[in-house]
Structure formats: structure tokens, C-alpha cells
Design a protein around this ligand. Structure first.
Ligand code: 0O2
Ligand code: 0O2
Length: 262
């Protein structure tokens, strides 16, 4: 294929990556708006480099005219989770979607790869609406925890540096780092409820503080400087150690005052 043909070939793949990123980032936003815990921490995506496509086609003896059918990860979406048990929730979200269909799943979380690699892969068929009609492409989801992602990113760059031939000593260290990442995930799972509670409390408090700040700003823009200064001082006193109930009653009090001046 000439470079121009490659560019045309890759158009639906980059469109799919952009769409899938938006769709899965929106799921996170939806949870956050509802003040609920999100099993999705963040989402990234990429279209495979032409050089990597050629390398992989060569390695697996895929004829160039079969790449679209046999190479599953030209479009790749990575979903990062905080906790191991979030992975299953994300997989379930994918299974229930009507805008894509699952070809198959590879569970490298339970079945750790020889290298130490862990992630859950889901290969999907995804329809892209192009200028000239619909084109169905394959895409790969990699769903993993932050610890799995940290390990895989480092191992991937070492593989790149050593051209797939990592020296034995480094391989051993990577193996033990993979064990450490696994342990970290296990330990985080054990204190998950505490972590979630702390994160939730933080979010509730910051949303209250931001509502109070808005009200104080409204007051000062109305010229009520004495009141806005008084509330600002009260808010400052609560920011570090204030309880949720104290913030709520401060918010109510600012609301009442604004109501009076309306
Ligand atoms: P935010 O919420 O502003 O961070 P795009 O520009 O959207 O087309 P994108 O997704 O930015 O492409 O590029 P890429 O490289 O695929 O993904 C990078 C995103 O992953 C960025 O989010 C980073 O902030 C996020 N990211 C990377 N590492 C981490 C991490 O360790 N923790 C968290 N929470 N996020 C991380 P955005 O899209 O810029 O959004
Ligand atoms: P990229 O774009 O460089 O990430 P295989 O038979 O194992 O060679 P296969 O059959 O294509 O590969 O599928 P598999 O095993 O599900 O792997 C697909 C992708 O998973 C890889 O893409 C990697 O992104 C990731 N992966 C699999 N094994 C490992 C591993 O040991 N370490 C790291 N860091 N990532 C891994 P590519 O082809 O490497 O492309």
C-alpha cells in the first residue's frame, strides 16, 4: 500500500478511537455528575502506527489485504480502573452496549501472561458511519488497573528499547515488579471501602465549598461587601477541618441571604 492508501485505510479506525474515547469518558462523567463512584478512572486510545502494523503482519504472516479482518488492535482503547473488581464492571458495561458487538474476550487478569502482563482484553466489532456509508471495523479494549497499567507501560518501553529481547536479569526484575503490582492491587482491594469513602467525602465537600464560593461571589457582585466578607471568613474557618453538616448550614445561610435580596 502506498502512504496515501494507508491514510485512507486508517480513517475509520481513527474515527472509531475518537468516538469510543468520547463514549467511555462520558460514562465516567455521568457517574461523577450523579456523585457516584466510577469504575472508570480514565480512558486513552490510539491508532496503531503503520510501522507496528507492518511488523505485526509480518510476525503473524497476515497478508496485507487481510489486515482489516485479522488484526484486532489497529484501533485500541485503554480503560484504567482504580480497583481490580472495577474491571468486571467495565466489561459488563461493554457487554450491554447496543452500539458494538463483542467478538471475544481474553482474560489475562486471571490468566497472567508468561511476561507477567495482566489486563482484560475485549475485541469488538464497531460500525463507523463514513461519508460513503457504514464500515464495520475491529477494535480492542484493554481494561486494567492503574498498577497493571504502570507495569505494562514500563515493560512495553523496555521491549521497545531491547527490540523484544530483554536481558535475563531485567526480565527477572520485571517479573518481581509484576508480583509487586499484583500485591498492590490486592492490598488496595482490601482497603477499598475506606478509600472510596474518603474520595466521596472529598467530592461532597468540594462541591459544597464551590457552591458557597459562588454565593459569596454573587453577594459581593451585588455590593453586599460586609456580608460577603463575613461569609468568606466563616468559609475559611471551615475549609480545613469543617464537617459536612457545618458546610451545609453555611450554604443554607448564604442561600437565605441571597433570597432576601432577590
Ligand atoms: P483530563 O480529564 O483533562 O485529564 P484527546 O485530547 O481527548 O483526543 P487524550 O485522551 O487526551 O486525547 O489523549 P491520550 O493520550 O489518549 O490520553 C491522555 C488522557 O489520559 C489525559 O486525559 C490524561 O489526563 C489521562 N491520564 C493519563 N495518565 C493518567 C493517570 O495516571 N491518571 C489519570 N486520572 N489520568 C491520566 P484528558 O483526556 O486530557 O482528560
Ligand atoms: P502495541 O500497539 O505495541 O501495544 P501476542 O500473540 O501475545 O503477540 P496478540 O495475539 O495480538 O499478541 O494479542 P494479545 O496477546 O491480546 O496482545 C495484544 C496487545 O496486548 C499487545 O499489543 C499489547 O498492547 C498488549 N500485551 C500483550 N502482552 C503484553 C505484554 O507481555 N506486555 C505488554 N506490555 N503488553 C502486552 P501489541 O501487538 O504489543 O501492540
Amino acid at each position: 500500500m502506498a502512504i496515501g492508501e494507508w491514510k485512507t485505510f486508517l480513517i475509520p479506525y481513527s474515527q472509531a478511537v475518537e468516538e469510543l474515547k468520547v463514549k467511555f469518558k462520558s460514562i465516567r462523567k455521568e457517574y461523577r455528575k450523579k456523585n457516584e463512584y466510577s469504575p472508570i478512572e480514565f480512558v486513552t486510545g490510539r491508532v496503531k502506527e503503520i510501522s507496528s502494523i507492518l511488523e505485526k503482519a509480518n510476525k503473524f504472516n497476515i497478508p496485507l489485504d487481510r489486515i482489516g479482518y485479522e488484526m484486532e488492535d489497529i484501533a485500541g482503547i485503554r480503560v484504567m480502573c482504580q480497583f481490580v473488581d472495577d474491571i468486571e464492571k467495565v466489561v459488563e458495561i461493554i457487554r450491554n452496549r447496543k452500539d458494538m458487538s463483542i467478538m471475544y474476550e481474553k482474560d489475562y487478569v486471571s490468566n497472567v501472561k508468561e511476561s507477567g502482563y495482566r489486563s482484560y482484553h475485549v475485541i469488538i466489532k464497531y460500525p463507523v458511519n463514513m461519508a460513503e456509508g457504514e464500515k464495520e471495523i475491529l477494535a480492542e479494549f484493554q481494561i486494567r488497573t492503574l498498577a497493571m497499567n504502570f507495569w505494562a507501560t514500563i515493560e512495553h518501553s523496555l521491549n521497545y528499547k531491547y527490540k523484544q529481547d530483554i536481558p535475563g536479569g531485567i526480565k527477572l526484575k520485571l517479573k518481581s515488579a509484576a508480583d509487586a503490582a499484583f500485591q498492590l492491587d490486592q492490598q488496595m482491594l482490601e482497603i477499598k471501602d475506606e478509600i472510596k469513602d474518603a474520595q466521596k467525602l472529598f467530592e461532597v465537600k468540594s462541591s459544597l465549598v464551590s457552591d458557597i464560593m459562588n454565593n459569596i461571589l454573587t453577594m459581593s457582585s451585588m455590593g453586599k461587601l460586609t456580608e460577603s466578607t463575613r461569609y468568606q471568613i466563616q468559609l475559611n474557618n471551615l475549609i480545613e477541618e469543617g464537617e459536612v453538616s457545618e458546610l451545609v448550614s453555611l450554604l443554607r445561610s448564604t442561600e437565605k441571604l441571597l433570597q432576601m435580596y432577590k
